[in-house]
Write a protein that binds this ligand. Structure first.
Ligand code: GLP
Length: 239
């Protein structure tokens, strides 16, 4: 197990550090296959990438997850969020963002296709991750198998409650999503986990220093050979 942990003084500094790792990967490979996450945590990273006008024109992006049941044009979709925070300001064509087809009639076939798309792109070289308060990565909620692949999942109540800040009220948060599975995430070459704020301190410690268990999906990261964690001081308080 190789987990490199960086503690930054605050979320802005954490974002700048994460952006530097992404820029470095792009310098080595402009055609980088980059896995992108949404939620509040990566926002500072995307702001810094936009501020520094990073060249993503040859990169390929894969979404970590996507809500089911929203209109495709809804800005609250994960695709809409990445478009608004990252690719749009950088002038990157929407077609460079790969996402599972959550509107497909045959959703399990669409999930299998997403796995195949990742493989066809040569695999995800660098995957950005956040961590849910309940230990989820992507939308792999507690209990998710470490063997899991891209699939339809039901969101946990804590996730619906946490993400209601993006939707106005819990009743407006989709109940389901398609997420890369834990085994999908573990196939990426390099995992970059970001965690900010006191509400992540306990779960970050459980994930990185506790037993590897589906009860804490992010603990699966201990099974990967190349993980970088960037936490702000509050999130790192229990490490
Ligand atoms: C969300 C996403 C995750 C994200 C996590 C933490 O629901 N599916 O990819 O990393 O939960 O979210 P936040 O960064 O807003 O705390």
């Amino acid at each position: 197990m190789t987990i490199e942990i960086h503690v930054a003084p605050d979320a802005g500094a954490a974002g700048r550090l994460a952006a530097e790792i992404i820029r470095d990967a792009l310098r080595k490979d402009p055609g980088l296959v980059l896995g992108v996450a949404t939620g509040g945590t990566p926002r500072c990273t995307y702001e810094e990438l936009v501020r520094s006008a990073v060249d993503l024109s040859s990169a390929t992006l894969f979404l970590l997850d996507e809500y089911v049941g929203l209109d495709g044009a809804d800005p609250r979709t994960c695709r809409g969020t990445i478009r608004a925070q990252l690719t749009g300001p950088l002038g990157i064509d929407d077609e460079r963002i790969n996402a599972p087809d959550v509107d497909a009639v045959d959703l399990s076939a669409a999930c299998a296709r997403y796995e195949a798309d990742i493989d066809d792109a040569g695999g995800i070289a660098l995957q950005l991750l956040g961590i849910g308060r309940n230990g989820h990565i992507g939308f792999n909620e507690p209990g998710s198998s470490f063997e899991s692949l891209t699939r339809l999942v039901q969101l946990a109540d804590t996730t619906i409650s946490d993400n209601s800040r993006f939707f106005g009220s819990p009743a407006d948060v989709p109940t389901h999503a398609v997420t890369q599975g834990i085994a999908t995430v573990l196939r990426a070459g390099h995992l970059l986990l970001l965690a900010n704020g006191a509400s992540k301190a306990e779960v970050l410690s459980a994930a990185l220093t506790g037993p590897t268990t589906p009860d804490v999906p992010a603990s699966a990261l201990q099974l990967h050979g190349h993980v970088t964690v960037i936490a702000d001081a509050e999130a790192a308080a229990r490490l």
